[in-house]
Design a protein around this ligand. Structure first.
Ligand SMILES: CC(=O)SCCNC(=O)CCNC(=O)[C@H](O)C(C)(C)COP(=O)(O)OP(=O)(O)OC[C@H]1O[C@@H](n2cnc3c(N)ncnc32)[C@H](O)[C@@H]1OP(=O)(O)O
Ligand SMILES: CC(C)C(=O)C(=O)O
Length: 573
């Protein structure tokens, strides 16, 4: 790169526009959309679409709701010509859809274009020629007057051919190519001459399409250019003002939105931003930006993944995982604080409320996405995301301090593995840490609870702690109290239950209880145990055993005396 960039590149000049209005404008309705996937998109592909792919794309565009679709450049290739013929001859164009075809301002190309259109119901004929100074000088070798003459002559040619083909309704569209790199006064001169030559009237409007053939400037300058044209074009009431942004600076979407705010009625682009170089403006992006402002775009992306599959198949290009609204990762949060906020907002959200979800500008469900991928866990995640996945997939509602405890266990695994953990991975870690697999099998706890006079409860249980089998007999004001009393006789440290949470998982005959007990072992050690069982008392006792097994594993607890073996089996509660 040059140190003195200004010796090679120059800044784009601002537009002299007093009292510009577009910065205060709000978009309150959908624009007219034109998909050019089959033309500008197709001409930019490594391998242009074959007829099957073209047809699949066309049908998808119709299904989404596009009413104007540019289907090719029929004079450029036999393939494009044949595709236009196929659509017309096989009557594949719905009555409310207009096809559009592009032609350069050259007589043989225009004549060939009209040949391709025989028998069509309604067509937009799109004529273009370059107007920018560099094109005038380097490519065409024509001065300003000659460019105006070229545009006017070929507009008249289109008019005559259209008049001669009765039975087809023709709409005329003209693009001053490279408008974005052209002096505004000259663009206006050419366009005014063309609209006059066409004889545009408010009853018979033509489309004037202003392309950012190459995006040269910040999007506010493009907006100024559009507002300038909108203000000063002759016969503005006889024109549908259209824009055609490209994305060379990566601001095509902003340029498109600002241009609509500046007075454009219509916008041309491609799905997911395919097109020449960095692409045409992404119409899905513009449409869904509108939707998130409460304006229905009149295009249907209720199954956005189906649209993406179709586009990827037809273009043979993949859509980036971070692509707005559609990428694989765009509804996913890995970061702990984001996950925490999303989890809390989902819990607080009431059906029918305005969508106000942190980190999720749109409800993925509106686009046919599930919430499955909203939260994924890696080394950047925290307790919120971990507990969200366990709750969403396994119905486990961890109390807050257990969330903190378990997230440290997960973090240690993550530090070792260094990769993403799925809900199933987290469940495996949870089962292992809290001894759930063994507890489910019934091995560590078998207990009998009996009520005595004076409200006392007796528990007799056989449990397995730290590999030893213990015969536990105790009394208390309830089963947990009695179990702790019995266990205390086997432990070298005091055991107390600090906190207790339980909830049901599932309903009906398959319902189970989950119990989470926070234990204090000795003076300072606190930790959780977890129990799952069809019976709530068993779940609680299992939770205590789970906690004590963890404490012995961590070397925080020793058994006081030789374990007592029971002679008689004990019935489960
Ligand atoms: C910005 C856009 O996307 S515009 C659309 C661009 N799309 C395409 O180009 C895809 C289809 N294009 C094609 O198949 C071909 O380029 C065609 C059929 C249009 C023209 O093919 P060719 O006649 O072989 O010319 P070529 O492809 O080299 O195009 C450049 C020629 O067109 C000329 N040209 C460009 N615009 C015009 C015009 N409005 N009037 C007269 N000549 C023109 C150039 O001066 C150049 O002529 P030269 O060879 O005498 O110097
Ligand atoms: C033909 C015109 C509209 C075009 O594709 C462009 O300028 O990008």
């Amino acid at each position: 790169m040059l140190k003195q960039a200004q010796t090679k590149y120059r800044a784009f000049a601002p537009v002299a526009l007093s009292q510009r209005t577009w910065p205060d404008a709000q978009l309150t309705q959908a624009p007219q959309w034109l998909s050019t996937d089959l033309r500008d998109g197709n001409q930019a592909l490594i391998e242009p679409m074959d007829p099957q792919r073209k047809l699949r794309m066309f049908q998808m565009l119709v299904k989404i709701g596009f009413k104007e679709i540019e289907v090719g450049f029929p004079s450029a290739s036999q393939a494009d010509f044949d595709f236009v013929r196929l659509l017309i001859e096989q009557d594949l164009i719905p009555a409310d859809v207009s096809i559009q075809v592009l032609t350069q301002a050259r007589q043989p190309l225009i004549e060939r274009t009209f040949e391709s259109l025989r028998g069509a119901r309604r067509v937009i004929v799109h004529l273009y020629n370059a107007v920018a100074p560099v094109m005038r000088r380097v490519v065409l070798g024509l001065d300003e007057d000659q460019i105006v003459d070229l545009a006017v002559r070929h507009t008249r040619m289109v008019k005559e051919l259209a008049a001669a083909q009765t039975g087809t309704e023709f709409v005329f569209q003209y693009s001053p190519e490279m408008f974005s790199g052209t002096e505004l006064v000259f663009s206006k001169r050419v366009v005014d001459a063309v609209t006059e030559a066409w004889g545009a009237t408010p009853e018979r409007k033509c489309i004037i399409n202003l392309p950012a053939t190459v995006e040269h400037s910040t999007p506010n300058i493009f907006a100024d250019m559009i507002e300038w044209m909108h203000r000063y074009l002759a016969r503005r009431d006889a024109i549908v003002l259209s824009v055609h942004p490209h994305n060379d600076r990566g601001t095509g979407t902003a340029a498109g939105e600002f241009a609509l705010m500046a007075g454009a009625d219509r916008i041309e682009g491609c799905l997911f931003g395919n097109g020449e170089r960095t692409g045409n403006v992404d119409l899905v992006n513009i449409a869904l930006n509108l939707y998130t402002q409460g304006v229905h775009p009149q295009l249907d992306f209720s199954d956005i993944d189906e649209v993406r599959r179709c586009v990827e198949h037809c273009n043979q290009l993949s859509v980036h995982p971070r692509h707005p609204y559609v990428g694989d990762l765009v509804y996913t949060s890995f970061s702990g604080s984001h996950q925490d906020a999303i989890k809390k907002a989902f819990a607080a959200r009431k059906e029918g409320e305005i969508w106000d979800m942190p980190y999720l500008p749109i409800d993925p469900k509106d686009l046919g996405r599930s919430y499955d991928a909203v939260i994924r866990v890696n080394s950047q995640s925290g307790k919120g995301g971990i507990s969200y996945l366990l709750e969403a997939e396994y119905g486990i509602e961890l109390p807050r301090r257990l969330q903190i405890e378990f997230s440290q266990v997960v973090q240690a695994v993550m530090d070792d593995a260094g990769k993403e953990l799925s809900a199933a991975d987290l469940w495996g870690i949870f089962e292992n840490e809290y001894g759930l697999a063994e507890a489910q099998a019934g091995a560590p706890v078998q207990a009998a609870v009996s009520e005595h006079s004076g409200g006392q409860v007796a528990v007799h249980a056989l449990v397995q702690i730290g590999g030893a089998r213990l015969d536990v007999r105790g009394q208390g004001i309830g089963p947990i109290d009695a179990f702790v009393d019995g266990l205390s006789r086997h432990l070298s440290d005091d055991l107390r239950v600090l906190d207790y949470h339980e909830h049901a998982i599932g309903s009906g005959a398959n319902a189970r209880a989950a119990a989470y007990l926070e234990l204090r072992v000795g003076e300072t050690q606190t930790l959780f145990g977890v129990g799952l069982d069809a019976n709530i008392v068993s779940a609680s006792l299992k939770a205590i055993v789970s906690g004590l097994n963890r404490a012995t594993r961590q070397g925080r607890l020793t058994l006081r005396a030789k374990p007592v073996e029971s002679a008689a089996p004990v019935a489960a509660v």
